[in-house]
Design a protein around this ligand. Structure first.
Ligand code: BGC
Length: 561
């Protein structure tokens, strides 16, 4: 594959939803796979590294380069007969060794997780003590100090930006039966990697298109503007409910000139340039929107459950939780009447040396857009799991000739294997692992695989997913410990059940991942305490929650908090 072809295929990828890590269904994912389109997020640094290595080569030269690579593998017996029969040409002992090493390095026994939980709690405290107090957690003050009351009324908008697509939505509160109106827009790659103003102009343009289709019943009253909740799912330093500066991009974004700027001001100015009668009234992280929506649902259900934590496990990962204001020394403002504030941890930045990292993780990190950063995120979020698995398979191909005498060229392509593929392979229930065979063939160009080989691939997926899920479970237990909800009721902690609201494609579309994560939480808490912790999917909160918070902070509505 030439670089031009590679680039073209990645460009076409950018226009498709990331399955499960945006919101494309498994069925759609399968269609994409059959069309040989890999629905994953791109990482330009990785693509650039491929670019650099093959940029000037013709297809013949690339093939010969790959052949030379395979010839360097001295320990591999020549294959006879079927190229992919691991018993004929593959070094099975070597494959076993690589797999055993992987199992060992990715192992997450309870005692390790407990130690990680302790580290997490220490970092949380340090991040709450002062700005920049933790090397890992930003512990962002969100300025959300009350959760929605359910009394919000009127039409509100949300802009949900956090991945390769963004969503615009309108929600009408207080009208029974009204459903939110959504529009999903993909962000062209050149915008994701372009200039600050271009990004905001592009978004404002799409917002203008959205409202131009509305009938007059949605037009704002004279003297008023449409009000927008802006879900901006990147680390920011929030300075009020409607202002905040980008600290750094994550998830493959690298827009120049945004870091250090107020993203609300940037959007408001872009909307003005478009002549759009809209203003941002709330800036929220996706975890905060999710917590707001889940909390409203719980208060309506009136079962006495308290939504204290929300976690996103999707392309990226993060958690927020309800913290007592007295436990936030860095908060210098007046004490909110609720006595609480939601803290967005940016837990993807956790980087304890105890984290079970491998050579594959280190190599992935080294070519990412943000080397040395978001270490926890790189071990467990949807953007990365697929590429970790690819890297293990590549080593098995190079050192154990697992897929025949030469390394399958597609295995050398960064990010070609997405987390959706890992999930499909891991959860393949057919006796002959058909789905695994299909993905190996359609995505990696590895045809006619034996059942043993497919099993081994499933094992690799399982090891990587299990490590990720157990680390996520430890993260949740860390927060529960910080807020004293990791103990049984006898010791004076709240008698309400604690709800952890979950969203994100990785959690939603990967049942085995979910099961591992919950099992880890139960293992760490013990079953008695775990019975009072409900880990629940709370869908679409990131957008609707932002609209709710915009309503709650409305400049015009007499309702609110
Ligand atoms: C971002 C967070 C976000 C999370 C989930 C991370 O990469 O830094 O702000 O909440 O992804 O979308």
């Amino acid at each position: 594959m030439t670089f031009a072809m590679l680039r073209a295929s990645f460009t076409s990828l950018n226009s498709v939803q990331q399955w499960g890590f945006g919101s494309v269904s498994p069925a759609h994912a399968t269609q994409l796979m059959h069309a040989n389109v890999q629905p994953h997020v791109l990482d330009m640094r990785m693509i650039e590294s491929v670019n650099n290595s093959i940029r000037h080569l013709s297809p013949t030269e690339i093939r010969s380069k790959m052949k030379r690579r395979s010839l360097r593998r001295v320990s591999i017996k020549p294959s006879s007969g079927v190229a992919n029969d691991m018993h004929s040409g593959s070094d099975w002992d070597k494959a076993e060794f690589v797999l055993e090493e992987l199992r060992r390095q990715c192992d997450t026994p309870a005692d390790l997780l407990y130690r990680l939980v302790e580290d997490m709690v220490e970092e949380m405290k340090a991040g709450l003590a002062k700005e920049g107090g933790s090397k890992d957690y930003k512990m962002i003050l969100t300025y959300v100090d009350k959760l929605p009351s359910g009394k919000e009324r009127g039409h509100f908008y949300a802009l949900d930006l956090g991945g390769t697509n963004f969503r615009v939505l309108r929600v009408s509160f207080g009208q029974d039966g009204s459903t939110p109106v959504f529009q999903e827009v993909s962000i062209p790659q050149e915008i994701m990697l372009g200039q600050h103003e271009e990004l905001f102009d592009y978004i404002a343009g799409k917002l203008a298109e959205f409202v131009s289709k509305e009938d007059s019943s949605y037009h704002p009253r004279p003297g008023c503007k449409r009000e927008l909740g802006f879900t901006f799912s990147f680390p920011i330093k929030q300075t009020s409910i409607d202002s905040g500066e980008l600290i750094k991009w994550t998830k493959g974004f690298a827009v120049e000139g945004t870091a250090g700027k107020d993203v609300v001001q940037a959007l408001n100015e872009a909307m003005e340039r478009r002549g759009l009668d809209m203003v941002v009234t709330a800036l929220v992280n996706d975890t905060v929107g999710t917590l707001a929506v889940a909390s409203l649902a719980a208060s309506k259900a009136d079962a006495g459950d308290e939504v204290m934590i929300s976690v996103i496990l999707g392309t990226g990962t993060n958690a927020c939780y309800v913290e007592s204001i007295d436990a936030i020394p860095k908060w210098k403002g007046p004490k909110p009447s609720s006595g609480n504030m939601i803290i967005s941890m940016e837990w993807g930045g956790f980087s304890s040396s105890l984290l079970p990292r491998t050579q594959y993780d280190e190599a992935l990190d080294a070519v990412s857009v943000n080397p040395g950063e978001q270490i926890f995120e790189k071990l467990l979020s949807g953007m990365y799991l697929g590429d970790i698995v690819r890297r293990v398979l590549l080593r098995l191909a190079e050192e154990a000739a697992l897929f025949g005498p030469s390394v399958p060229p597609n295995l050398l392509i960064p990010c070609i294997l997405g987390t959706p593929h890992v999930s499909c392979m891991h959860q393949d229930k057919s006796s002959d692992l058909q789905e695994v065979g299909r993905i190996l063939s359609n995505v990696l160009g590895i045809h006619e695989t034996s059942l043993e080989l497919r099993k081994l691939v499933v094992e690799v997926c399982s090891i990587i997913a299990k490590r990720a899920a157990r680390l996520a479970g430890a993260g949740i237990v860390g927060i529960l410990r910080k807020i004293g909800r990791d103990r049984s009721k006898h010791d004076g902690s709240s008698s309400h059940r604690t709800v952890v609201a979950m969203d994100g494609g990785l959690y939603e579309h990967y049942p085995l991942f979910r099961a591992e994560m919950k099992a880890a939480v139960v293992e760490l808490l013990g079953s008695e305490v775990a019975e009072n912790v409900l880990i629940e999917l709370s869908k679409d909160g990131s957008g609707i929650g932002a609209a709710l918070l915009a309503a709650a902070h409305s400049k015009y509505s007499r309702y609110g908090w």
